[in-house]
Ligand binder design. Sequence first.
Ligand code: DAH
Length: 361
Amino acid sequence: MTDIASLQSQILADINAAGDEAALDAVRVAALGKKGSVSALLATMGKLTPEERKQQGPLVNGLKDTVTDAIAARKAQLADAALEMRLASEKVDVTLPPVPENSGTVHPISQVLEEITAIFADLGFAVAEGPDVEFDDYNFTRLNIPPDHPARQMQDTFYVAPQQGDQGAAHVLRTHTSPVQVRTMLAQKPPIRVISPGRTYRVDSDATHSPMFHQVEALVVDEGIHLGHLKWTVEEFCRAFFEIDTIELRARPSFFPFTEPSLEWDMRCDRSVPGQIKFGTGNDWLELGGSGMVHRRVLENCGIDSGRYSGFAFGFGLDRMAMLKYGIPDIRSFFESDLRWLRHYGFAALDIPTLDGGLSR
Ligand code: DAH
């Protein structure tokens, strides 16, 4: 007679030793399969005397039940362990930023636009927007450039053919971002502090001019605004944008119909080494753009009391600033959609420019 107790402890030991489901199944077959050790024991029941059967039967059945339960428990244990292992190996940290395998890059113009927005947001400016196809009235007339005024010839305008629904209003592709000044003043009362970066259009094309280019406009209107505010803002902006503390700016008298007085700003730079530009030293001057105190007539054209309020504005060329900051020689390359160029000059998609995190890296 097989020693049931030792058979049971042997099988239970095998069950515990089974490291995976296949091994466990082998133990099951060896015990409970047709030719298994427990099945063999059960088969001997028929040959026993009734007394023996009475005594052995419950023991063998107990063995069978114990083994069956132990296998089921071990099976559940192995399944849990397998799941744990899978979970551990497939773990994803959802708090990590995604790392795109084949990432695109941010265009230098978009990068510069984000940088400028971050700088001015820090100074408390909001971003204002206007359409590319603009009313002739906003692009010119309300900016103190009436029809037939010679100043219209300063800008080589793309005129837009009259469209249905124009109701007689003439449209142009905006030649500068200054019409957003008009839109802003018509829509809100002072204090006003906005910048407006965007596309602008002129009939012009060579290595430093593109028929579509970008400007950033700034407008501040409040009581007591004077040239000092303009100077401080331009300086602060340039220092932050070019990421150097020692910049030197020069203001030249200029003329724009929408400002009085009008100034143009240059920044000291060194171009003595060909292909390189350094700011803050040297004997060259780099043009940034125009500015001035908003003309009283422009304030009035936009419904703002020029007796109470004054304002300053400036409009700088964004493409030029991007070219200078990132050493890009030809403005036209911005708009050629050449992927090799973009990979070279582009910026990582996830590096959002901020003042404390660094504008550009
Ligand atoms: N709109 C001018 C241009 O495109 C630039 C400019 C000059 C903008 C003076 C201004 C300003 O806001 O005050 O050439």
